[in-house]
Design a protein around this ligand. Sequence first.
Ligand code: G3P
Length: 217
Amino acid sequence: MKFFVDTADVAAITELNALGMVDGVTTNPSLILKSGRDILEVTKEICGIVSGPVSAEVVSLTADEMIAEGRKLAKIASNIAVKVPLTWDGLKACKVLSGEGNMVNVTLCFSPNQALLAAKAGATFISPFIGRLDDINLDGLELIADIRQIYDNYGFETQILAASIRTPNHVAECARIGADVMTAPPEVIRKLASHPLTDAGLTQFMKDWAKTGQKIL
Ligand code: G3P
């Protein structure tokens, strides 16, 4: 499973990228707001750090405007994936922009039927939102499994980009189900390394090592 980082925080992207943890980046208008940066500037900077796909989201509601914005965003760098919402106009924009050879990420997906439409419109990525379904007492991971089955049934090449990931368990379950990509905030990716038994075991090793009186260096 590929790891994308869901942020426009350049410092966090740089740190995780140095560890080989970043196969791509996803941003959205809320993350641009959080960064306090200009969308074109920060997206260009991110594209210079990461060689994989960098999603940049359109902010209009009509297909024609989304297409115009998408074409502008795609000019930032060759690794831009234009992100469009899963609306009828977003699907129209997806069809046109993917037909022009751009990577397209269709976002705000909350149902298997929406994912089916995105694949038929030529999406490179479909972004089902796990955490936001869990928030309203539905099962976000069940959606990932449903889309996996549907895409496999028909050989759709659209990659499942599991989004709105909030917990390490979401990550492990997405990998088990077979999501192609997961995108998570930097703090969730860092949490993947944590285990209380690792901490307890290390404490014990340090205590015992001190008692040996030895040094390696
Ligand atoms: O990139 C979109 C998605 O990952 C948002 O997550 O936590 O705001 O639902 P969240």
